[in-house]
Design a protein around this ligand. Structure first.
Ligand SMILES: [Zn+2]
Length: 234
C-alpha cells in the first residue's frame, strides 16, 4: 500500500498551526507523523510524507500549502492519505474527519477513532464529514484527517506531548487492523513468551545472550518475531 502521511501545517511562514500549553500543532503533528511513517515502513508499505523534516515548509500560503499536499498524493498515486492535526478552541478528545460518511475512508476513520479512544483513553468525538476541507476534497484516494486532541486542554496536551508514539501506534492499528499490542523489549519477558510457547528450552542462556549483545541480531529477531506473532494471534 502507498501511504501518504501529512503532518499538518508548516514550521513557519504561511499555514502555521494552533498552539496551547507550550505546544505548537505543527511540531506535534510532525512527531506523530514521523513515528507513523516508521510503523508503515516496518509493515512493508511504501510511505511518503508531505513535510519531510520538522522545520520544512510546504507552500507559502495556507491555500498553497493545502493544494500542494493533496497534489503530491495524487501525482504519486497514493492509496491512502492520512493527515495529522491537533484541535483547539475549547474541547477535549479525538475526532476523525472525512469527505463523506458513506465511504471507504469513513470505515477506516471509524477504526482509527476507536483505536485512539481505546488505547489512549481519549474522549470519543466521532467521525465527521467535512467536505469543505481541501486535503479531503482534493485527494483522489481515500483520505482521513485525524484531529488527535485539543492543544488548549491540559489533559489532551499532556498526551500529545508525552505519548506521540501511542497516537502513532493507535492510528497504525486502526488503519491496518493489526491489534494494539505493544512490543516487549525486556529480554526476560521476551524469552518467557518463547519458553511458554515451547519454542525455547534454554531460557536463561538466551536471556544472557540477548543481554550481553543488545545490538545483536538475536535480540532484534527475537523481539520482532514475537511482536509479529502477538499481533497476528499466532
Ligand atoms: Zn490543524
Amino acid at each position: 500500500m502507498k501511504v501518504m502521511i501529512d503532518p499538518g501545517h508548516n514550521y513557519s511562514g504561511g499555514d502555521t498551526g494552533a498552539s496551547g500549553n507550550g505546544l505548537r500543532e505543527q511540531d506535534v503533528t510532525f512527531g506523530i507523523a514521523d513515528k507513523l511513517r516508521i510503523l508503515f515502513e516496518g509493515n512493508g508499505d511504501e510511505v511518503k510524507m508531505t513535510r519531510t523534516r520538522l522545520d520544512a515548509n510546504v507552500g507559502t500560503s495556507e491555500q498553497d500549502s493545502i493544494q500542494r499536499r493533496y497534489t503530491m498524493a495524487n501525482e504519486w498515486g497514493a492509496d491512502l492519505f492520512i493527515s495529522i492535526h491537533c484541535n483547539s478552541g475549547g474541547g477535549t478528545g479525538t475526532e476523525v474527519l472525512v469527505y463523506r460518511l458513506d465511504s471507504e475512508a469513513a470505515q477506516i476513520a471509524r477504526r482509527v477513532e476507536d483505536a485512539i479512544v481505546s488505547e489512549l483513553g481519549m474522549a470519543d468525538r466521532g467521525v465527521k464529514a467535512r467536505p469543505e476541507l481541501g486535503v479531503l476534497r482534493g485527494t483522489k484516494c481515500p483520505a482521513i484527517l485525524v484531529e488527535t486532541g485539543f492543544l488548549d486542554n491540559a489533559h489532551d496536551a499532556r498526551l500529545l506531548r508525552d505519548d506521540q508514539q501511542g497516537f502513532a501506534d493507535a492510528i497504525f492499528h486502526g488503519v491496518t487492523g493489526l491489534k494494539g499490542v505493544r512490543e516487549l523489549t525486556e529480554p526476560s519477558a521476551i524469552v518467557w513468551e518463547y519458553t511458554h510457547r515451547g519454542i525455547v528450552l534454554d531460557g536463561p542462556g538466551m536471556i544472557a545472550e540477548m543481554e550481553q549483545n543488545p545490538d545483536g541480531r538475536l535480540y532484534w529477531l527475537a523481539r520482532k518475531a514475537l511482536q509479529y506473532m502477538r499481533e497476528h494471534d499466532i
